[in-house]
Design a protein around this ligand. Sequence first.
Ligand SMILES: *[C@@H]1O[C@H](CO)[C@@H](O)[C@H](O)[C@H]1NC(C)=O
Ligand SMILES: *[C@@H]1O[C@H](CO)[C@@H](O)[C@H](O)[C@H]1NC(C)=O
Ligand SMILES: *[C@@H]1O[C@H](CO)[C@@H](O)[C@H](O)[C@H]1NC(C)=O
Ligand SMILES: *[C@@H]1O[C@H](CO)[C@@H](O)[C@H](O)[C@H]1NC(C)=O
Length: 206
Amino acid sequence: MFTLTFTSLALAAGTIISTALAQNFPNQSAPYNLKLISDDPTLGGKFLWACHSGAAIEQLCVSDTAATSAGTFYLNTSDYGSIEGYKTGALVWNLPYGGEGSNLIASSALRYGWNPATNVVPCYFLPGDTGSDITNVGLDSENKLFVPTYVDDVITPNGSQLFYKWHVCNSQFGGYRYKALSWVTVGEPLNGGCRPVNVSAVLASV
Ligand SMILES: *[C@@H]1O[C@H](CO)[C@@H](O)[C@H](O)[C@H]1NC(C)=O
Ligand SMILES: *[C@@H]1O[C@H](CO)[C@@H](O)[C@H](O)[C@H]1NC(C)=O
Ligand SMILES: *[C@@H]1O[C@H](CO)[C@@H](O)[C@H](O)[C@H]1NC(C)=O
Ligand SMILES: *[C@@H]1O[C@H](CO)[C@@H](O)[C@H](O)[C@H]1NC(C)=O
């Protein structure tokens, strides 16, 4: 009797845990490099790479060339997220761990690093794809990275649309100062070191 009850409890707990750990965006795209489009000649044509910003945390920094593993990203989606016919989900980077010779990776989803003091939101990768800070994104017909939203406060209650408010900013996040990809919520960025960019996903040659 007791054993049975205990087993059912353990099973129930197991179900809850595996549900909690279930991936929100299990369908992974082909590998991409992320190329910047910008009128600023110091940024246009450059690439983004995953740069260390804390334990298992990376931001997207600017580089002249597409790095191999640090510059390879995926769009993970599910059938449950789409807008105007485009699948939406998480931008993913594979964080290597386990040291030299190990092929272990921690699949990490891009998130917003909200700070209530500014309209400039740094973006960073952290392992896993759960949490309310996940940066929900998609790729449009030109393979440009967009953020979908179903409420635009400027035209509430309407406003389902694709937004492109990416900027590269001289920013500070987690104690690290980089030229890194950020999102500007509305208006001109408070940080004067921000330049508008678009992020184009280019199929990576692997
Ligand atoms: C992305 O999809 C791949 C393939 O299913 C999966 O292994 C990985 O854990 C997913 N990553 C995230 C962050 O959801
Ligand atoms: C992943 O993609 C396949 C093929 O399009 C689809 O059948 C499946 O339902 C998707 N999985 C989820 C969880 O959305
Ligand atoms: C909502 O926005 C769409 C696209 O911008 C427009 O076609 C539609 O008329 C708007 N609806 C309302 C109720 O304002
Ligand atoms: C980014 O792309 C969008 C959609 O095509 C466009 O409206 C916007 O002006 C572009 N921004 C930059 C900085 O190129």
